[in-house]
Structure formats: C-alpha cells, structure tokens
Design a protein around this ligand. Sequence first.
Ligand code: ATP
Ligand code: PRP
Length: 231
Amino acid sequence: MDLPISNPDAAEAAGTGPIILALPKGRILSELGPVLARAGIHPAPDYTDEDSRRLRFETSDPSLDVVRVRPFDVATFVAHGAAQIGICGADVLMEFDYPEIYAPLDLGIGRCRISVAEPAATAGQDDPSRWSRLAVASKYPNVAQRHYAARGVQAEVVHLNGAMELAPSLGLARVIVDLVQTGSTLKANGLIETEVIAHVTSRLIVNRTALKTMPERIGAWIARFRAALAP
Ligand SMILES: Nc1ncnc2c1ncn2[C@@H]1O[C@H](COP(=O)(O)OP(=O)(O)OP(=O)(O)O)[C@@H](O)[C@H]1O
Ligand SMILES: O=P(O)(O)OC[C@H]1O[C@H](OP(=O)(O)OP(=O)(O)O)[C@H](O)[C@@H]1O
C-alpha cells in the first residue's frame, strides 16, 4: 500500500519529540560508528547488536533517537517523515527516487558500484544494442529498467532480494544488475562485470518537509555530520 508521502502526524510529533535518525542495519552500520562518534552521536551501545530485538535506541542527546531498519526501508521511513533524517546507500536513492528526500551529504562510506554482470563464458558474444528484450535479475528493478530503456532495450526484470548471482546459470535471467565491491562474489559464481551503471556511497538523507518545518533543528544535525567529515 502506498501511504501519502510526508505524513503530517509524524511531522507534528517530531516537532516536539526527539528527532529520529534511521540507520541501516548490516554492513553500513558497522562502518558508521566513527562518523556518528565524530558527529557527537552516541546511541545506546546495543544499537549495533543485531541479536538485540530492540529497534529504537535513545542516544546521549535526549533530542535524538536512533532506529535500526533494513537498508531499503531507511528511505521509506524518511520519505514518509516517520524518521526526519537517515543514512542509506545511493543505490537505494537511485531505485526509489523519492521527491520528499533531500540528500545533502556524501558520507564516503559503503563504497561499491551498481553494475551489470553476465556469465564469463558467454560475455561479449552478443551485441546488446541488437537485443529488443532482455531478462535481467536484480534487486533494483527501476535502475535496471532505466539503464536498458536508455539503450532501447526492454528489460524484463526478475526481482530478487539476494543471490542474484545464481540467476544466469539457473536460466532465470541472462544478466544481473547488482552491487559489486571486490568482485569476489561475481568471480565465485562465474560472472564478470560488463558495465558500471553508477558508483555508490552512503548518503545522509533528510525529509524535505521536516527541514522546512524545523530548519534549525534539522540544519544543526546536517552541520554536525558535515563537520564530522571535515579532514
Ligand atoms: N559489497 C558491498 N560493498 C560495499 N557496500 C555495499 C556492498 N553491498 C551493499 N553495500 C551497501 O550497503 C547497503 C546495504 O547492504 P547490505 O548488504 O548490508 O544489506 P542487504 O543485505 O542487501 O539488506 P537486507 O537485509 O534488507 O536484504 C547497500 O544499499 C549498499 O549501499
Ligand atoms: O563484490 P563483492 O565484494 O563480492 O560484494 C558484492 C556482494 O555484496 C552484496 O551482497 P551481500 O554480501 O550484502 O549479500 P546479500 O546477497 O544478502 O545482499 C551484493 O549483493 C553482492 O552479492
């Protein structure tokens, strides 16, 4: 179900209560610790404990709470104003393209790329511009579709949430669009990277309505993150 973007109840609650910072569980969270510390954000220690069933954590600052959600959901919480600020990969922003999200800062962590890969054994044997349709496995259906539409190819995207690398060998798709960092997952599965669609890093994101209604509070958090990145 699509909820209206920028829920006014959430925006109003945030006007008086703590600002909510949405953090992505998983690999970005583990790189984020030093950035948060430099920004003066000290959440309750169990916020990195993925075995903890808690999802919301107080910080040493009573005006800021942290929530820990799935990486794709960070953008959803912030777009709807349930969290006023958040941190997520540029890959997630490319996929959803929420107009309510403003991404003022590149945090320079979570560095990887979103790429096309195909079986090493057959790569380069076909001219992609001659394909009219192409089966693509991806966690990023919109990114994949846009990428191929710009080349005049209609992508039929098989939406997977992980293990994309299995798709070509099992006949689910001809190519995959997925994240690549070291390339070891592709290599271990007989694939090679054939095109880089975009370079990815993690971004600080902000709900635009929250920034308009609480410019000083939200602006102060953006400034603290900016200072945390200064050399
Ligand atoms: N191999 C990688 N190297 C560097 N950054 C990565 C890599 N894979 C993912 N990322 C970044 O980390 C973010 C979260 O990825 P992660 O793999 O932790 O989540 P996930 O397992 O895909 O999420 P979920 O639990 O919802 O399935 C991605 O959106 C991307 O920005
Ligand atoms: O180039 P590499 O360094 O091998 O990294 C790439 C892998 O990292 C991500 O998966 P992740 O480890 O997050 O697992 P997932 O399948 O659960 O998303 C991505 O989906 C690739 O599979």
